[in-house]
Write a protein that binds this ligand. Sequence first.
Ligand code: SF4
Length: 265
Amino acid sequence: MKESKKVFGTQEWASTNANFINGCSNDCKYCYAKSMAIRYKRKTPDNWMIEEINIKKFMKNYKKKDGPIMFHTTHDITPENVEPSMAFLGNLLESGNDVLVVTKPHLDVVEKICDTFAPYKDKILFRFTIGSCDTDTLKFWEPNAPSFEERLQSLKLAYEKGFKTSVSSEPLLDTNVVQLADILLPYVTDAMWIGKPNQLLSHMKRNGVTDSLSIEKAKELLASLSDKWILELYEVYKDNPKIKWKESIKKVVNIEVPTVKGLDI
Ligand code: SF4
């Protein structure tokens, strides 16, 4: 018999995920997927940025699932892979699925998705990862991902075209959350999720990010996201229905972490 397990990570958003690329050109220093790919010898720190399509997964026929399918959890839609990503997304939608599209958004990619899949507007929920409103900070942690301005433009575009929109501020990359929320929330129809970086130093180590500046910045970031700071932030937003907390925050503020039976995490 399967036991109840606490829901965390991407399982807080969707019980099914869909990926078809090994590697990600964004090359985020904290990347969990990169860390796992290196651990299980599918990739090395140096070749993670090379995006390789897994044909079997690409061709897989995803049947209609009960809940939303999260596309994707271990790579991203980048200008280089936008064509196969659009085809893959189209297959998920044509099978009748609701799809949670999680990405560090490129404006031209989001425009293409909105134009191509306008008839599926009610089946798509965008979740744009934006952990800081400072482009220098984003570029430090997520070297090849879009600037803050481009992510904001993407959010506005999806919102104005009538799509459901949400934000993942996980991992938070600084403490300017109030400023970030003030800018983003007017364009969010669903929710803004807030979470700390998980296992930051260990993922960085496995990802080959061992330079002294990155380690120092990681330690500073973790120190700034203290329990005291989180409790104060929680007080500001605890009654805001559009702000949702990831497990890393729930633990600090003593919100019960949901469980689910028989979940393969
Ligand atoms: S965008 Fe996501 S999958 Fe790609 S490197 Fe960054 S964290 Fe990893």
